[in-house]
Design a protein around this ligand. Structure first.
Ligand code: F6R
Length: 614
């Protein structure tokens, strides 16, 4: 939700800021802006509605000089997306410019107090309140910019990552965070900051992840200084960034989403590497091994997540229950945090998150920890807030996911959950050596299965033409593939804007069956598993009412091919892992339908990749 970038050094700031904004555009893209202090010590602020490319066009003939600057790409929370509400926001005297990611919850109270002191506002944003509060404190108390920012932040309730420049201190870029991510890069020709590490990769691999309630002073001539809001020095922990520029580019694909779909054989190899060991007879996950007693004595497991990660959680629940024989509950993180959950100290909370920054999931794990439960993170973004707030965990290691629709993260999450379930089963003695070996060998083969499944792309592309102008879709699945149906429906609706509903196939007869007619295609995930015969009955029920069926079946299936209108054949894979393979045709179907409709699949309307607000 919103991306911020900053630079101070000896190079021109603008090209660095714009390139950084492009990298962060997945976080929000309804408006964008930049501010630089030029060599004449003037703060030039440019902002516009729309994407970063619109901003570039807008500033084409303007003065963008300066070696210090900040920039922002917005996902609106307060105030509609327009150039007035876009960031940076500027103090009344035009000296201070500020960009912000997060939400100031008490902004209305602060704004009223400032209005009572004669301060004027031009936007509807919570951010303008913050910059005007800093200005007010600075002027009325005659304090330094840093002290004014510290004082202002102490009065703020909510989440923030901010970057500030001030004409009175053109050699300092100031940043601070609470519950919204911020990473600082230390390079040869200057210091950088951004909402995540992607804008820093080509300049440095030396990074510092700012912690909550810390304020960083990036100076032109001094080393990085980090203090807390009480002005006490904080530890500066310089880490090495492991990310390459090529991971952040489209690599010849027209969209990140397609690249990420096709990357899945490799990303799953990375995810599995070193974890399925001993000739595919054992799983080695340090997060489980180092906490063996906790998993042996666990009362129950609660998995918290949002969106696609929540769908992965539903599959994880079945895996852990089946293989580890532990009672598992799955909760939307946003509901969990307000449900006054009963947690015991022998419960384990698993948090699943691609970005590692989802505000609801982060709040859920903070709550879980406050109640004494151990938190296990299943996260993609290395060093992210959820990874750091968890007691232990397993990274999915699928590399940066840029397309807003999650694809490779989903398959990585389910693969990690399968490995966790096996490791827990081994540990608790609930799984025979033979069963472990069968599932572990299948995990090892997943990249090959996916490679085969990707060959369906031309067929699915062709099929997508039939459904471009449909208004509604139904997705059905049972058992392990009920969550796959939910995920297929989510993929379609978020990128093509076609309404799609996922349902457990057998539940259809309790209501949704009333919707079925020639206008409503149904996608059925029907691999050859324990519930196969029952799913065939569900398909018959749809066909009997004139509905069209697209069935995802195990290769060689003869029965369903005689009933369904379209067949997509996936390789034969054990039931527990079938959602990982079945997800691929669903991702491709959503992608091709959205492309045919002319939708921007990498940046669907109203969405942002990293949901760092409630
Ligand atoms: C859907 C999608 C979202 C995310 C959700 C959670 O394609 O990407 O539903 O899955 O916002 O995000 P993370 O996993 O980053 O916590």
């Amino acid at each position: 939700m919103c991306g911020i970038v900053g630079f101070i050094g000896s190079s021109e700031a603008y090209p660095i800021l714009i390139k950084g904004l492009h990298r962060l555009e997945y976080r929000g893209y309804d408006s964008a802006g930049v501010a630089m202090i030029n060599p004449d010590n003037r703060v030039n602020v440019y902002k516009t509605r729309g994407k970063v490319a619109d901003l570039e066009e807008y500033v084409a003939d303007k003065d963008v000089s300066g070696t210090i600057g900040i920039a922002h790409t917005r996902w609106a929370t307060h105030g509609e997306p327009n150039s007035t509400n876009a960031h940076p926001h500027v103090s009344g005297n035009g000296k201070i410019a500020l960009v912000h990611n997060g939400t100031i919850e008490n902004y209305a109270v602060l704004k009223q107090a400032l209005v009572n002191h004669g301060v004027q506002f031009s936007s509807d944003t919570d951010t303008e309140v913050l910059v005007k509060l800093i200005e007010y404190i600075k002027e009325t108390t005659n304090s330094s910019t840093v002290d004014a920012i510290r004082s202002a932040l102490k009065t703020v309730i909510g989440a923030f990552a901010i970057a500030v420049i001030d004409r009175d201190n053109p050699d300092q870029l100031i940043a601070a965070r609470k519950s919204s991510p911020l990473v600082i890069g230390l390079g040869e020709t200057g210091s950088y900051l951004a909402s995540d590490a992607t804008p820093l990769v080509e300049y440095t691999d030396r990074v510092v992840y700012l912690r909550d309630d810390e304020l960083a002073i990036l100076s032109r001539h001094e080393p990085l200084q980090v203090i807390n809001l009480d002005n006490e020095p904080a530890n500066v922990d310089i880490q090495t960034l492991r990310m390459s520029v090529s991971e952040l580019e489209k690599g010849g694909y027209p969209h990140f989403m397609l690249k990420e779909i096709f990357e899945q054989p490799r990303t799953l190899r990375d995810c599995i590497r070193g974890r399925v060991v001993n000739n595919n007879t054992e799983i080695k996950l340090s997060g489980i091994m180092d906490n063996a007693e906790a998993f042996k004595n666990v009362g129950r497991i609660v998995i918290v997540a949002c969106g696609t990660s929540w769908h992965a959680a539903l599959i994880g629940k079945r895996l852990i229950q089946d293989l580890g024989k532990i009672a598992v509950e799955v909760e939307y993180a946003s509901e969990f945090r307000y449900s006054n959950p009963v947690l015991n100290t022998n419960d384990i909370v698993i948090a699943i998150s691609q970005s590692g920054e989802t505000a609801d999931t982060l709040a859920a794990i903070k709550l879980a920890r406050s109640k004494g439960a151990m938190v296990y993170g299943v996260v993609n973004a290395v060093g992210s807030s959820i990874a750091r707030e968890s007691d232990t965990g397993t990274y999915i290691h699928v590399g940066p996911e840029i397309g807003v629709a999650s694809t490779k993260a989903f398959t990585g999450q389910v693969t990690v959950l399968a490995m966790m379930a096996l490791a827990i089963g081994q540990l608790r003695g609930t799984l025979s050596k033979e069963d472990t070996a069968v599932i572990a060998s299948s995990i090892q083969k997943l990249p090959d299965y996916i490679e085969e499944t990707l060959k369906l792309d031309p067929l699915i592309k062709e099929l997508s033409q039939t459904y471009t102008y449909v208004h509604n879709f139904l997705y059905l699945g049972r058992g392990y593939n009920y969550p796959t149906a939910l995920e297929g429906a989510l993929k379609l609706k978020e990128i093509s804007y076609i309404h799609a509903e996922g349902y457990p196939a057998a539940e259809m007869k309790h209501g949704p069956i009333a919707l079925i007619d020639r206008e409503l295609p149904t996608v059925v995930i029907a691999p050859h598993d324990d519930l196969y015969e029952k799913v065939i009955s569900n398909i018959q029920q749809v066909k009997a009412r004139g509905g069209e069926v697209i069935a995802i079946v195990t290769r060689g299936d003869k029965t369903i091919s005689g009933i369904a209108d379209h067949i997509i054949e996936m390789p034969k894979v054990i039931e527990q892992l079938s959602p990982i393979v079945a997800a691929i045709p669903l991702q491709l179907l959503a992608y091709h339908i959205a492309i045919k409709k002319g939708c921007n699949v990498d940046m669907p309307r109203n969405l942002a990749k990293s949901v760092t607000v409630e």
